[in-house]
Every structure is written in structure tokens, then in C-alpha cells.
Design a protein. Sequence first.
Length: 509
Amino acid sequence: MTDDHANAPLSCLVTGATGYIGGRLVPELLAAGHRVRCLARTPEKLRDQPWAGEVETVRGDVTDAASLDPAMDGIDVAYYLVHALSSGADFEDTDRRAAAAFAERARAAGVARIVYLGGLTPEGVAEHELSPHLRSRAEVGRILLDSGVPTTALRAAVIIGSGSASFEMLRYLTERLPVMVTPSWVSTRIQPIAVRDVLRYLVGSARMPAEVNRTFDIGGPDVLTYRDMMQRYAQVAQLPHRLILPVPMLTPGLSSHWIGLITPVPASIARPLAESLRYEVVCREHDIAHYVPDGAGQPFSLNTALRLALQRIREARVTTRWSSAAVPGVPSDPLPTDPDWAGGSLYEDVRERAVDASPEALWRVVESIGGENGWYSFPLAWAVRGWLDRLVGGVGLRRGRRDSDRLRVGDSLDFWRVEEIEPGRLLRLRAEMRLPGLAWLEMYVERDGRGRSRYRQRALFHPRGLLGHAYWWSVSPFHAVVFGGMARNIARAAETRTSPGRAVPAVSS
């Protein structure tokens, strides 16, 4: 093979581009000179990505074999970065069927290589004894390796990067609890890896020789316990030494609720992470370096990975977060066509206010809503609603924002997700809290007949069954305080920001 051919751009298919790793891999592949096609169930979620104009997007789903054919056409390397984690009790079966369909269609399309990112499994533990999460990831890897398509199956333990679920869990536990009673798994040895190294190995795997068809363990240079990781975080973040007291009776189930109580990571995601931490996950080889050589200082140490992640957070440059992917089990139906939707009941709460501020000032307030900026309404009511959602297994109010000032389609925003954004005019949020129905919140910036700014806010709810109707009518008496207060305070904040020499008032009801 000539050098020119070996270095020729490849056509890469990326699944999971709306997720944490996939959303970071795409720009890395583009930077390496490759052509990229993204497979997405909802391509609209990729519309506002800074790289959206440089890739081709195909609508499809790995569980729908027919939709994979156009996605695989002309592809050299197919990245498999999806899983059915927490999609239900049968998620292992869903993962199995999806991997089999992907493998079959890749082989039929003549794809030259599959690259998969899975989980590092403990040595000496039979697969059937693993947690369901690790067991499923191992099975998916095996299905792809047996596909007849040369496959690189990377296996990582804890991935450390700004916005990763593992990093957020470590960060919040360490920052919020100077003294903590912890599960016994804090004494289990782990080999974490920086997300930058994971991306480097993923990109480099695209050019592996055709005869390579195997798993590779990938990890950083540090092998340490989770307790050590928390102390390292405290050191890097310049926090006092943490007192950590392991308690054996905290099961993975209890651990996940404990994590959900302290961190923004909901129990549905915390549980597989906690289950995985029960096992010693340490690399048994570093053969990946033969094909993707490490440079000076690579792979990154844990301290370096933590410093880089914290720097990204402080500079508000978090490109993807663990919540970038839609949370399994939450409603994803599009907004019903209005005003005369034929799909059943659609309740509305509409608020309008004239605003003595420019449309630009009003829009800045609208786009900065949520997260640390709050909801410009009765804070206790929002906090209670978030806690109630966490209690029933929902995402709660603590997911925050990816960026403190700017939003894009697909961003998570506390217990909402951005469904549509028209800069300067419309922000539409879809509820991802546990509800007996579907809910949206729309915020409009308009001009009235006299050219003055006008704020219009619309909450919509499509009930599911009798419980849905009962829910709407039980909470509607509080709408004047919650939604009315929100409209009033958003208008007031825009007016105050416009007035010179005046500070923005504290959010209130």
C-alpha cells in the first residue's frame, strides 16, 4: 500500500453523535481529514452543532436494520457508540439485537472496519457474574468481533473529562461532602482514562491493518482506588482533605440513590456506574500503542485529566455532557401541530407582557434561563418539583446547562431539553421529568403593533389517560405563581439589564 493511499481520507459513520463521546469524536475525525456521516434517530438534534455543516446526517436507528443500509453505503469505518442503558428491563436484549443488525448491515455493505467503545471487564470474573451493564457491553463487543468485519473493540473503565457522567459523579461527591459515608467499592482499584486519550485511540483505530480483529484495554497511567480518586480531585481542585468512611451494607441499588441524592447524575445512570465500580477494572495489556502510538506525556495522568476537565468547566467550554444524549424513558414526541391539533386534549397556560427593553436584551434573558441562572419564578416550587422527580427515578432539576449563555437544539436544561430554538425569537423546551403526559414550555420574543418588545410564554400539556387530566387540574392553581411569576420576572430582568447603573434583581416569585 502506498503512503498516499494509506493517508487518504476515510468515510466514517458515527452512531451516537448526539451523545457524550460521539459528539466529541465527530470534530476529531474531521480534524484528521476524514469524511463523516452521522446516524441519528432525530437529525434535528445535530442542527446547531458547530460542525453540522461539515457532515452528512442520515435518519436511522441501530435497532432498525433497514434504516442502516443508506447509512452504511460507501462507508470505510463504522463507529458503534450506542447502547440501550436503562431503556428498560430488557435493555440487554435490545443491545444484542442492535449490535447484530449493525454487524450484519456493515458486512453486507462492505465496511472495512468497525470501531466499538465498550467497558473494561475484571479479570477472573465469569461474564454471567458481571453486572448487567458490563455483561451487555461485553456481549456487544463479542457480536461485533464475530461479524466478519475487522473490528477494534476498545475497553475503558472510568472516563474522565468535562461533562462525563463519571467525572460529574466524582466532582459532586468530593465537592459537596467533606466527610462522607461511602459504599465499600471506594476501595476497589480502577484505571481511569482521560477523554482526550479515548478520542485519540478512537480516531487512530480507523487505520488499523485489516488483519486486526480484537479487543484492546485502554487506560491512563494511574491505577488507584475510587477513594484515592476523590482525594486526588480534592487536591487538584484545592479542597481540604476528605474524610471517607466505607460502609459495606450500601448495595449498588442504595449506592445509586445515594449518588442521585448528592450529584446531578440520576439513579438510572448512577446504578450501572456503581455496579461497575464493584469490580477491579485494570488494564491487562497496552497493545493499542502498537497501532496508535502514544506521544510524550500520553496517556494523560489522572491529575492532568482532572485539571483539563476543571479548566474546561471554568472557561465554559464543555462541548458535550453526559446528558447530551436523551434520557431513556422520557417522552420524545414532537410538539402537536397547533392550534387545532387532532390528537386529543392539549392544555395551555399562556402569559404575555409588554417589556420596556430591546428584543435583544429580552432574548438574552430568555436564552440564559435555567441552571445556575434559575427560572425567574418561585424557587422553592421548582426545587420541590425537581426533588419529586428524582424520587420517582427522573432526572431532577440539577442537570444544569452545558453553557451559561448559549443554547442549541438537543441541549439538556435541568429537567427540560431544547427542542427548538430560533435565535432572537423562540425557545421551545420539552419536559424530560416523569409526567403522566407530554409537556412543553415555549418562550417568544415579539414586537407588538407599536414596535415595542413583547414577551409571550406558553406552557402546553398533553395528558395521558385520566391521571394526566387529574395532574393538570391539580397543579393549575399554582400556575399563576409559577408561570405568572416567571413571565413577570423575565420581563423585569430584561428591563433592569437595559437600565444603566442598575443591578439585575435576585430571582423571586
